[in-house]
Each structure stands twice: as C-alpha cells, then as structure tokens.
Design a protein around this ligand. Sequence first.
Ligand code: GDP
Ligand code: ZN
Length: 365
Amino acid sequence: MSLEHLGWNPYFDALWADSRTEDAVPGRISAEHKQRYQVMTAERELSARVAGRFLHQAAGQEDFPAVGDWVAVTGHDNDGEAVIHAVLPRRSAFTRNEAGLRTQAQVLAANVDTAFLVSGLDHDFNLRRIERYLAAAYDSSATPVVLLNKSDVCEEIEDRRTQVEAIAMGVSIHAVSAETGDGFEVFEQYLTPGQTVVLLGSSGVGKSSIVNRLIGEERLKTHEVREWDSRGRHTTTFRQLLALPSGALVIDTPGIRELKPWVEAEDVSATFDDVEQLIAKCRFNDCGHNGEPGCAVGAALESGELDPKRWRSYVSLQKQAEHLSARRKDLARRQADKAFCKKIDQYRRQYKKLNKDGRLGRKWD
Ligand code: GDP
Ligand code: ZN
C-alpha cells in the first residue's frame, strides 16, 4: 500500500521534512495494545514499541502513539521489533480526558478527517445526544457528518432531518439504512482513497452494521487477527485501522466505540439529587466544600452518610458539564461564523455576477 493510501498527504510531508531522522521511515499506527503497536509502512506491517528515549521524553499519555498516528519508525532491533522514535503532530484527535487532567488525556483516534455521528431514526432518536457528539467532533478538529441510520423503519425522516438541521447548522446530514443499503451512495464523497473516518454514536445505532456493509465481502480479511512478537509471548489482537474497498480508512478502537460525549448539568443534577440536597444545606451559598464552617458535605463525608466515591464522581461530572457548556458556547459562535461566511460568499458571488454582466459600471475582479 502506498503512503497516500494510508492517509499520507502534503501536510505530513511538510512535517516529515522538519522531523526526519536518518534511517527512519514514516508509518501509520494500525493497532495499539498495552503500548505495543502495529505500524503500517509503505512496504509492510511491523510490530513496534517506542524508543527508550521517547519514554523518557514523553510528558504524558497524550504523547504516546495512538491508532491513526503517523510515526517515524526504524527497522528491527534485537527483539525483532521495530522502534518508534517520534509521533508527527496530529491534525485531529479524539481524546478521553480523565477528570480534566491534561496529562491524563488519552488519545482514542488520531488524524481523522471525517467523523460520522450516527444516530438511529427509531425510538432512540435524541437531539441532545447528537448535540453532544457534535461538540466532541468539533473538539477533535475532524469534520462532523450526521448519519441518520435505520431510515427503513422511520416514517418522518424529513421532519427529523429538519430538527437536526436546527442544531447542526452547516453540517451535512444524511439518512441511510445499513439494513437495506438505502442512501449509501452518499459515502462516495467521503470515502475517497486516503481519507480517514470514524463512526461515533451510542451502542445499537448501527455503527458496526454500517461498517460491515461498507467492507462487504472483504470483512474477514480486513479484521484478520495479528500476532504480537514480543519476548516469546504472543498476544492476539485485531487491526483497528481498517482499509475499505474504496481506499478510505476506518478507525475502530475500543475507546472510540465507547466514547461518551460530555454530560449535561441537568443530567448530573438528576443523578445526584441527594448530593445537591446536601449542598443546599451548606451554611454559605458559595461553599467550596473544602472545610468551610457549616459545610454539610464535609459533615456527611465524615459521618459516612455520603460515600467519598460518590462525591468524587459528582465533582468530576460537574466539571465535565461546565466544560461542555463552555464548549457549547464556542460551538454556537463557530456556527454563527460559518453562517456569516456563507452570507459573505453569497454576496461576493452576486457581486461577481453583476460585475461580469457589466451592471456595476466599472470592472472588478
Ligand atoms: P452498533 O452498536 O452501533 O455497532 O449497532 P449495530 O450495528 O450492532 O446494530 C444494532 C442493531 O440495529 C442490530 O440489531 C442491527 O441489525 C440493527 N440495525 C442496524 N442498522 C439498521 C438499519 O438500518 N435498519 C434497521 N431496521 N436495523 C438496523
Ligand atoms: Zn459545603
């Protein structure tokens, strides 16, 4: 497979020129399992681990290679494993942040071009959820595309589409059916050679069914089981970067499959009613629950009435909800910008046309 078919493009080419080391070649991470990696180069697929120097210099989880990453890799060392020396800067990344700690952010998929946000058109249809996945996609820098799956069991497709349009301005929305294949022609424009995509959405919306239909006959070959070659031990794993017959690539890691978009403040309140009732009893309205006098939370933690684990998860979810609300504002702003640019483009086209028709008096280009 050529590098271009693996997703290499002028962007990475420019980065490579900056960071090349003597005998290293570029490769793309196709699977990761406990810090052992599968790397696809233009020539072959290698088992690899990171160089010792890399280990020392890595500041956190986020610095380590993830599926979809482009890395600089050199040939086999004594263990018969290739060595990864550097990770090229990512164009986009889906991460899972552990309770807001930057250094704990784990990359679930890197260098994704298009994120399909899959939603079922059945009873599971949920606008708030689509909104959250949209925020996650914008957060990653991948381009979101909404897929409304199970069109075969929905009577009011156009109605639903209009509802989604209202919350996802400027985002492409397509109704498809993984069951019948209806609407699948829309994939052509996204699944061109070298393009990398992910499918996001809650369990049961039809992500696997869509991928299986796209892979078609070659399913078994693509999911082929690989073996890790490491000090005599062999671990079985699956490739997590799959090539589609169209030449595009799909990233399907366990992390991406389980990616849960941020929670809402209302969700937290609904689940932590007991905690919020305690907070209401604190003496100060702006109690930080850090040993302030009259803190009902502190008292409940001490008496055992409130489980510290429950308190910690409340705090962590609350933080996520705040983060989402900031994200949401940013998203709204970006969508407004997009709408504004569209308007400007429209005026510019009108102006050009008038100019071309000689209706403006003087020439302009
Ligand atoms: P995933 O959890 O998102 O990967 O969802 P699956 O692909 O496993 O699908 C969940 C269920 O929905 C399965 O029973 C599928 O057969 C069904 N399903 C998937 N796509 C469609 C569709 O387009 N129409 C209908 N009617 N059912 C579908
Ligand atoms: Zn308090």
